[in-house]
Design a binder for this molecule. Structure first.
Ligand code: NDP
Ligand code: GDR
Length: 370
């Protein structure tokens, strides 16, 4: 039985990857952080009783703790390591740049060093969760594996270090180490403060009368959005090749944040008209133009731009070209952004309806917002 170790197993990708590898027959080990409240919601459905000889095993750990990582890797001796753990929020990285560098850049080095120190560099394969944020201020469109990097945030710069240290350990020690340069990918399990989930959740709550207005930043940012399920399949495929290599994973299509708002609103039963345009136009709003959902009236302003969500340096546009992954690995994304948005809204609307029902019956319902 093959063994995999996933850092960041409690995150969006970690949870889908754990499911995927368990289905493939792997013994799956995951690293989770100690938190003051439960942080395993995304993997609770695959949790196995530790007293029952499980195939899914969790270890407490942290990417900032070298001895802890070394001990886990020594104990598990994994065939494959997927390094997905990160402070993954770009805007937060401007608030916590040093921590982001510690986890995202040095954390990757700690993993690679642990493999080398334990003499596993010829037996353990390593996947690094690299990012389209490396391209930042883009030098060419669409972006491929050879497009120059110009990161625009402490997160992007930390991931740049992680990218190159992965390449360096491959070249220096003959380690099987790969970078997946992944463009944005989302799902109903996406963290609530990333823009797509913030929108699908916000529109669902507004449709049910639980919230009045969604405050967003740059509506004109363009992203190449795919589905996390498609992307974790590719992470595994990358580690099954004869030779290690780096691959872009993207859909090859982009839409704006504004269009994603329109799409999500429509799925939640709200038809919107936008006034104003331009990334910096604080007055930009979206109004409801038809009453299709119980929580809104025609004329209600349900989206406003708030400068607090602007970033000190923005990544305006990202569009990936995953031809190499298609040609060499036979990978194609199967889920479109429209299907993904519909799935996300369906789940968030379901939750909003349940909350609305509780509220109707006198229970207190609090909506957590950023
Ligand atoms: P999430 O933010 O959903 O998950 C991040 C995971 O890392 C969580 O399990 C989190 O734990 C864990 N983590 C954070 N800090 C530490 C730490 N110090 N030590 C140990 N674990 C830690 O991210 P995604 O699943 O979306 O992304 C996975 C990886 O892919 C990340 O590295 C991200 O930067 C990268 N990436 C993501 C893209 C995307 O669009 N989703 C695109 C390109 C790259 P906890 O649950 O406790 O917070
Ligand atoms: P991103 O994702 O920064 O691309 O990083 P995010 O969803 O945070 O932002 C996408 C774009 O939307 C704009 N935006 C807003 N973003 C957030 N979070 N909140 C808002 O209110 C808002 N309004 C507008 C942003 O300015 C940006 O242009 C994600 C993460 O998963 C990274 O870990 C990963 O590496 C990259 O994708 C690829």
């Amino acid at each position: 039985m093959k063994k995999a170790l996933i850092s960041g197993v409690t995150g969006q990708d970690g949870s889908y990857l754990a499911e995927f590898l368990l289905e493939k027959g792997y013994e799956v080990h995951g690293i989770k952080r100690r938190a003051s409240s439960f942080n395993t919601q995304r993997i609770d459905h695959i949790y196995e009783d530790p007293h029952d000889n499980p195939r899914f095993i969790l270890h407490y750990g942290d990417l900032t703790d070298t001895s802890n990582l070394t001990r886990i890797i020594a104990q598990v001796k994994p065939d494959e390591i997927y390094n997905l753990a990160a402070q993954s929020h770009v805007a937060v990285s401007f608030e916590a740049p040093e921590y982001t560098a510690d986890v995202d850049a040095l954390g990757t080095l700690r993993m690679l060093e642990a493999i080398r120190f334990l003499g596993l560099e010829k037996t353990t394969r390593f996947y690094q969760a690299s990012s389209s944020e490396l391209y930042g201020k883009v030098q060419e469109t669409p972006q491929t594996e050879t497009t120059p990097f110009h990161p625009r945030s402490p997160y992007g710069v930390a991931k740049l270090y992680a990218y190159w240290i992965t390449v360096n350990y491959r070249e220096s020690y003959g380690m099987y180490a790969c970078n997946g340069i992944l463009f944005n990918h989302e799902s109903p399990r996406r963290g609530e403060t990333f823009v797509t989930r913030k929108i699908t959740r916000g529109m669902s709550n507004i449709a049910q009368g639980l919230e009045q207005c969604l405050y967003l930043g740059n509506l004109d940012a363009l992203r190449d959005w795919g589905h996390a399920k498609d992307y974790v399949r590719m992470q595994w495929m990358m580690l099954q090749q004869d030779q290690p290599d780096d691959f872009v994973i993207a859909t090859g299509k982009q839409i704006s944040v504004r269009d994603f708002v329109r799409m999500a609103a429509a799925h939640a039963g709200i038809t919107l008209t936008f006034s104003g345009s331009g990334a910096d136009e604080i007055g930009t709003v979206a109004k409801v133009c038809a009453k299709d959902a119980p929580g809104v009236q025609p004329g209600d302003v349900v989206v406003k731009v708030d400068a607090r969500y602007f970033r000190p340096a923005e990544v305006d546009t990202l569009l990936g070209d995953a031809s190499k992954a298609r040609d060499k690995l036979g990978w194609e994304p199967e889920i479109s952004v429209e299907q993904m948005c519909a799935e996300m809204v369906a789940e968030d609307l379901d939750k909003a309806k349940r909350h609305a029902l509780l509220k109707q019956h006198g229970y207190t319902v609090s909506v957590t917002r950023e």
